[in-house]
Design a binder for this molecule. Structure first.
Ligand SMILES: *Cc1c(COP(=O)(O)O)cnc(C)c1O
Length: 236
């Protein structure tokens, strides 16, 4: 069995049933997605608009020339990278969720695109939990501001996404993840008290944990883990 199939099977066995695995296929070809799909994986993550749309076209062609033309049409794509507002049309028609909303400007643009195109998009707010300055995301205050607002007609804010500091120090990783869990719990409490109109009844997703820290994430309560390198190998 290939490394990809083997790892997908292993992860499906290891992860609790309520944890969704996003297989992060960025920088890897459509053939790698096809291998993971054949092993039963259906949720994939991409971080660059052009790469996402090119991969969808490639998979469509692979399916069309096979004896199962519907193959791959049930893939659930999650966008997990920085999204510029001028790239929305490459991404929003195809994805089930944008996990990486990191500015109010982007949130409004996704809402505006949805109004014009008749689609309500599920999003996560990216929370900057790492100590590195370079990682994107909102501060706690910015997120509380957004969810205490009136919300958007064409965007469903489904939860929070975060990336821990890149370190081998598990205490640091745990502290980062704990900040995300605590903000999530705070929002749910406020929401249940009627104080968070921006977070609806379906605010229920905590996406954190990658190749080097997904086990910690699962133990701490992640609903979604996003794993690339472990499945597909190093990105080149
Ligand atoms: C690339 C990426 C991942 C996957 O990282 P790995 O370490 O390869 O598992 C997860 N989340 C985001 C936001 C990413 O950009």
């Amino acid at each position: 069995m290939s490394h990809i199939a083997d790892t997908i099977h292993r992860l499906h066995e290891e992860l609790p049933e309520n944890v969704k695995l996003v297989a992060v296929s960025k920088f890897h070809p459509a053939e790698a997605v096809a291998e993971a799909y054949a092993a039963g994986q259906r949720v994939f993550g991409e971080s660059r608009p052009q790469e996402l749309s090119a991969k969808i076209v490639a998979l469509r062609e692979m399916a069309a020339s096979s004896d199962a033309p519907e193959m791959y049409s049930d893939i659930e794509w999650h966008f997990i990278g920085h999204l510029q507002t001028n790239k929305l049309k490459l991404v929003l028609p195809y994805v089930a969720m944008v996990e990486s909303v990191d500015s109010l400007r982007l949130l409004s643009a996704v809402d505006g695109w949805g109004a014009a195109n008749g689609k309500v998009t599920d999003v996560l707010l990216e929370y900057h939990i790492a100590s590195e300055e370079t990682k994107q995301g909102f501060s706690r205050e910015e997120i509380l501001d957004i969810v205490s607002g009136q919300g958007f007609r064409n965007v469903r804010i489904r939860g929070l996404m975060g990336m821990a500091t890149f370190t081998d120090d598990e205490e640091v990783i745990r502290a980062d993840f704990a900040r995300l869990m605590s903000l999530y719990d705070e929002i749910v409490r406020l929401r249940d008290a009627g104080l968070c109109p921006g977070a609806g009844p379906d605010f229920d997703v905590r996406s954190f944990g990658m190749t080097h820290d997904y086990r910690i994430a699962v133990a701490m309560g992640a609903d979604v883990v996003r794993i690339g390198t472990l499945i597909f190998g190093e990105r080149v």
